[in-house]
Each structure stands twice: as structure tokens, then as C-alpha cells.
Design a protein around this ligand. Structure first.
Ligand code: DX5
Ligand code: ZN
Length: 226
């Protein structure tokens, strides 16, 4: 039930093919792909061409996190490049419901991402339309940042919201997830855990993933919202 999604942002970009092969063998559940445009966030990463180039080298589902302005213009390109799920930021979508359906109509999973300062109430009207919600536990743009502790309460509040609504929506968390923080993140109700530096920054990726998974499972068993 816990899923570990290593973020390619922390991989060695000079050897992406080897990195994705290794991370699949190491036991990852998904590959998290952070797309940044230098406008929505103050950093630029990679786009559909790079995703398309690595697609043949792994069977892992590709989980694309779009940190870009006007994501609706590029959803088709990311789908063609091999995305199995696409998440868009609430803050970047003027017509969020329309953009969610643009993703779903391609037959892939649709998610919405909330920056730390964005209230969970902003997505209450589209709850029934979502497959997952990504709660950012850092301000997006860079890997290797510290998890913002007040986000744990936000995850718990969102877990309550979906429980009350009777919706089966997965909670994904991204930013500062490591062996020290992952148990609390899972205890708050998240099951899909993105980790960049905590996985790719370790020599032994299999050990990194299994340690994160074990700590997350322990935390999730003590979850606050059941
Ligand atoms: C940041 C990205 C994250 C990033 C997480 O904007 O969305 O996915 O790679 O990196 P860590 O796990 O190092 O905080
Ligand atoms: Zn991300």
C-alpha cells in the first residue's frame, strides 16, 4: 500500500539510462519526474524529450509532476512521452476542472498539487474528479530542502477531508522525505512518497528504498485518520 517514488531530479543526468534501470531493480514503485519551466518555479529541469528518451529503458510507471505555467498546453506532449500519471499545480491552473479532465481523457491518472501556502479547501470542489493529490512539503523548485513541519497537519486535515467525502484519493507527498521524516509523513496519512536525495543521493539505492518503505509502513500503521 505504501509506494516509493524516487525523483529523477536527484539522479546523475550524465547517465540517466543506467540510473532508471538501477532504480527499477532497487525496488522503486514509480519514477517521479519533476518538470520545471523557470517561470512557475525558479529552476529549469527537463521536458518531454528527456522523458521520451528514458521511456524504453524501464517498465516503471512515469509520474510526471508539472511545475510549469499553462500546463494545459503541454499535457498531450507528456502523455506521448510516456506519462502514466500527470499532476498539475492548483496555482498554475485557471480552469482546474478542465485541465483535470484533459488528463483523464487521455486514460491516465490525474493529480493536483498544492504548494505549502495553498489551502486544501481550494480543491474541495474537484475532489470527486481526482485520482491523487500531491501535498508539497517544501516550496517547489529544488531538491534537497528540509520538510516544513507544519505540512504534517495539512496532510492529516486532507486525510480527514477525503474520509468525510468518502473519496478514494491517494495522498502523495513531495519534499524533504527521508528516513528521519517518512514515518511522520505516513502517520499523517500519505501513502505515495516521493524521495529525491534520500534515494539517488545514496550509494545503495535498494537499501534506501527498503528503509524508507519500512519506516513508512510503521508510520502508516499508526495513522491518525483511519
Ligand atoms: C521539488 C521536486 C521534488 C524534489 C524532491 O520541486 O518536486 O520532487 O525532487 O527532492 P528531495 O526529496 O531531495 O526533497
Ligand atoms: Zn516533485
Amino acid at each position: 500500500m505504501i509506494q516509493i517514488a524516487p525523483s529523477l531530479l536527484a539522479a546523475n543526468f550524465a547517465r540517466l539510462q543506467e540510473e532508471v534501470v538501477e532504480i527499477e531493480q532497487a525496488g522503486a514503485d514509480l519514477l517521479h519526474l519533476d518538470v520545471m519551466d523557470g517561470r512557475f518555479v525558479p529552476n529549469i529541469s527537463f521536458g518531454p524529450l528527456v522523458i521520451d528518451a528514458i521511456r524504453p529503458h524501464t517498465k516503471l510507471p512515469f509520474d510526471v509532476h508539472l511545475m510549469i505555467e499553462e500546463p494545459e498546453k503541454y499535457i498531450g506532449d507528456f502523455h506521448k512521452a510516456g506519462a502514466n500519471s500527470i499532476s498539475v499545480h492548483q496555482e498554475a491552473c485557471r480552469h482546474l476542472h478542465r485541465t483535470i479532465y484533459q488528463i483523464k481523457e487521455l486514460g491516465i491518472r490525474a493529480g493536483v498539487v498544492l504548494n505549502p501556502s495553498t489551502s486544501i479547501e481550494t480543491i474541495r470542489p474537484v475532489l470527486t474528479d481526482l485520482d491523487y493529490v500531491l501535498i508539497m512539503t517544501i516550496n517547489p523548485g529544488f531538491g534537497g530542502q528540509k520538510l516544513i513541519p507544519s505540512m504534517l497537519q495539512k496532510i492529516t486535515s486532507f486525510a480527514h477531508m477525503i474520509q468525510e467525502a468518502g473519496q478514494n484519493i491517494k495522498i502523495q507527498v513531495d519534499g524533504g522525505v527521508n528516513t528521519h521524516t517518512v514515518a511522520e509523513v505516513a502517520r499523517s496519512g500519505a501513502t505515495n512518497l516521493v524521495a529525491g536525495s534520500a534515494v539517488f543521493g545514496r550509494e545503495d539505492r535498494a537499501a534506501a528504498i527498503s528503509e524508507l518503505r519500512a519506516a513508512a509502513e510503521t508510520g502508516y500503521k499508526k495513522r491518525l485518520v483511519k
